[in-house]
Design a protein around this ligand. Structure first.
Ligand SMILES: Cc1ncc(COP(=O)(O)O)c(C=O)c1O
Length: 358
């Protein structure tokens, strides 16, 4: 992480020397000749942020929320984005210049892939969760290196061995970015995700927390050091050149984050999943992880997969077939998401249909 800290520091220092360092300020007490609230509608309803955080969109509520989230997740700093997609397509190009090489798990989410594509960095995929393959690739490349992984993969529901990954990246002088979209709210005793569970907050370059999953809202925090936050405020284009989240979203996230610490709901999901897996036909090809809510069942041909999806809809069950190109050819599947609010009766109906059909 040392070389990225130096890289970020140098770029920030240059801005300071050139008197063009960007900082988040408050101007709400001044007569407004700067915001984009042309008709005064945001002013009337006290909702819209009226502009980028760097112009008129910064406010006390969003700053307080970022602080609250950092305290909750034990990071020095967090920056709030409108969505996970927006965070990922901005974060990666900001950090990875043409002297960087990015190594990414082949199953990372489209938003991370697009972030990699938008950057000037060279990039290489490695086989899913295959740390030996990653290690071989890292050994061949010099210079600044970033490894991009998810804490729980959205399609397979499994996780990387983050402790082993950290050992490997340290050996090869690489930094890690982790996306916690499907782990936040579920993994660890307090549901704070994998990085927190393993106490790796200081070891990860940037941790991404999209809030449209277990938090049930929208928006995304990118968490890490104060330096990383200052750097993103200056160099992350999707943050700088986009209207800040509305006050309504900020309030909603604040309220819904407080629901997170529900150990019972997490336990309920795991117990329902255990029941489901225990009663599912054993000849089906299934993947899942230890602490995720996702169970995928592979079907060898798309026609029978779509048939089962149709049958489930007919019986009132909403389960989606995931097809190529969202997943690789040959890995088409039913992706089942088990919720704390699903009942044993509902699972029994799902099991009855799945166990009867191949
Ligand atoms: C791993 C991962 N990262 C990022 C995103 C995008 O987050 P958002 O829906 O907030 O744009 C998703 C959404 O599915 C995701 O699965």
């Amino acid at each position: 992480m040392k070389n990225f800290n130096q890289y970020m520091l140098d770029k920030i220092k240059l801005r300071q020397q050139n008197f063009n360092l960007r900082e988040l300020s408050f101007y709400n007490h001044l007569t407004d000749f700067a915001s984009n609230d042309y008709l005064g509608i945001a002013k009337k309803y006290q909702t819209g942020s009226t502009g980028s955080r760097l112009i008129s969109g910064n406010n006390l509520q969003i700053v307080a929320l970022e602080k609250k989230f950092s305290n909750l997740t034990c990071f020095d700093a967090s920056l709030f984005f409108n969505s996970g997609f927006q965070a990922n397509v901005g974060l990666i190009p900001a950090l990875a210049d043409r002297n960087t090489t990015i190594f990414y798990d082949e199953l990372i989410h489209a938003s991370l892939r697009d972030g990699v594509r938008l950057s000037d960095a060279k990039n290489f995929p490695f086989k899913h969760n295959d740390l030996l393959h990653l290690s071989e690739r890292l050994a061949k490349i010099e210079g600044k290196k970033i490894v991009v992984v998810e804490a729980v993969y959205s399609m397979d529901g499994d996780s990387p061995d983050l402790i082993e990954l950290l050992k490997i990246t340290k050996k090869h002088n690489a930094s890690i970015i982790v996306d916690e979209a499907h782990s936040f709210g579920l993994v660890g005793e307090n549901g704070l995700g994998l990085v927190n569970k393993l106490n790796l907050n200081k070891e990860i370059l940037a941790t991404i927390y999209p809030l449209g999953k277990a938090v049930g809202s929208s928006g995304c925090f990118v968490s890490g050091s104060n330096l990383m936050k200052d750097f993103l405020i200056n160099f992350c284009r999707s943050f700088i050149y986009s209207t800040a989240p509305t006050k309504t979203v900020v309030k909603e996230v604040d309220i819904q984050l407080s629901e997170l610490n529900s150990f019972n709901r997490r336990a309920e999901i795991l117990s329902l999943k255990k029941y489901f897996l225990l009663n599912l036909r054993s000849d089906l090809n299934v993947v899942s992880g230890n602490e995720s809510a996702i169970v995928s069942i592979f079907y060898s041909d798309t026609i029978s997969l779509k048939k089962i999806e149709g049958l489930l809809f007919e019986k009132g069950l909403f389960v989606k077939a995931i097809l190529h190109p969202t997943v690789k050819k040959g890995e088409e599947r039913l992706r089942i998401c088990i919720h704390a609010f699903n009942t044993i009766n509902e699972l029994d109906l799902l099991l009855k249909i799945l166990n009867n059909k191949k």
